[in-house]
Design a protein around this ligand. Structure first.
Ligand code: G1P
Length: 292
């Protein structure tokens, strides 16, 4: 048994305006757009639950109340379904349990670092996870479960990374890798948010999953604006390197960047093709479309 403090809480920053998906996201939060038949946020919550997270903390904003409704009991719906003899199993993942979810608003879009800082009172003085729902991490075990296993080994702070093409690095946070600890685990010696292609220390990017020590909240407190004029989580983490251990976990699985339209379509297709109930039919449809 590990003597480390368990990771019980996860923060989901979901306050973004989703302008890249307009007009679809004018009245619906981006995180509620479905990949096949589950909203994007559900994939991240399921991944967190699988990793042993007990409390889900959503950093929301105006116009995001559909997320709260999604993780609540829908009495009329459930009553009607029960009266008609329909199974409620399909709704089970949307149940978070009394007191197991918390919502806090980020009032202004000041950046990811600021969004995380808005959750400081609920996170308190314990290590916690962060999941960016735009990044759909598809693996067995899930990405956060892989990270929790690594955390049991090395503790400290952990970031999930994947390798991308050189021309893609400038859209992400990038790590400077240090010593290799094991097949999946590498020390992190530096971090830079959205570097120019030539300035990137590697092509290993932060893929939206973090396990961080609570000190990051104090670092974020006086974090100055960085890339894009926003308060960046990456910059705060970079300042902690040297004071606290930082490791990168290379994700063993498939990752879809659902923050982009093509990534969203790719995820939809890939997950539909994998499904027993519809995979063969979707394959036939895709083949027919490609042949046209
Ligand atoms: C954020 C992080 C970045 C990370 C990315 C993953 O960027 O700041 O470090 O690589 O998510 O998707 P954003 O997508 O908010 O620009």
């Amino acid at each position: 048994m590990s003597s480390r403090k368990p990771i019980r809480k996860a923060v989901f920053p979901v306050a973004g305006l989703g302008t890249r998906f307009l007009p679809a996201t004018k009245a619906i939060p981006k995180e509620m757009l479905p990949i096949v038949d589950r909203p994007l946020i559900q994939y991240a919550v399921d991944e967190a639950r699988e990793a042993g997270i007990e409390q889900m903390i959503f950093v929301t904003g105006r116009g995001k109340s559909a997320i709260e409704d999604h993780f609540d009991i829908a009495f009329e719906l459930e009553k009607t379904m029960s009266d008609r003899g329909k199974s409620l199993d399909v709704l089970a993942p949307t149940r978070l349990g009394p007191g197991n979810c918390a919502y806090v608003r980020q009032q202004e879009p000041l950046g990811l670092g600021h969004a995380i800082w808005c959750a400081r009172g609920i996170v308190g003085d314990e290590p916690f996870a962060i999941l960016l729902p735009d990044e759909l991490m598809h693996g067995q075990p899930g990405c956060l479960a892989q990270m929790v296993a690594a955390y049991d080994e090395v503790g400290g702070n952990l970031i999930s990374v994947i390798e991308v093409l050189d021309e893609e690095v400038s859209s992400y946070g990038v790590i400077a890798p240090g010593a290799k600890i094991s097949q999946a685990l590498t020390e992190v010696t530096g971090l830079v948010e959205k570097p120019k292609r030539g300035d990137a220390p590697s092509n290993k990017i932060i893929s939206g999953r973090y396990i961080l020590q609570p000190e990051v909240m104090r670092t974020l407190e006086d974090q100055e604006k960085g890339a894009g004029g926003e308060i960046q989580l990456t910059d705060a983490m970079a300042r902690m390197i040297g004071e606290q251990p930082f490791h990168a976990v290379t994700f063993d699985g498939r990752r879809f960047d659902c923050g982009s339209k093509t990534g969203f379509v790719e995820a939809t297709l890939a997950l539909a093709l994998e499904r027993e109930d519809m995979g063969p039919e979707v394959r036939r449809i895709a083949e027919r479309l490609l042949a046209d």
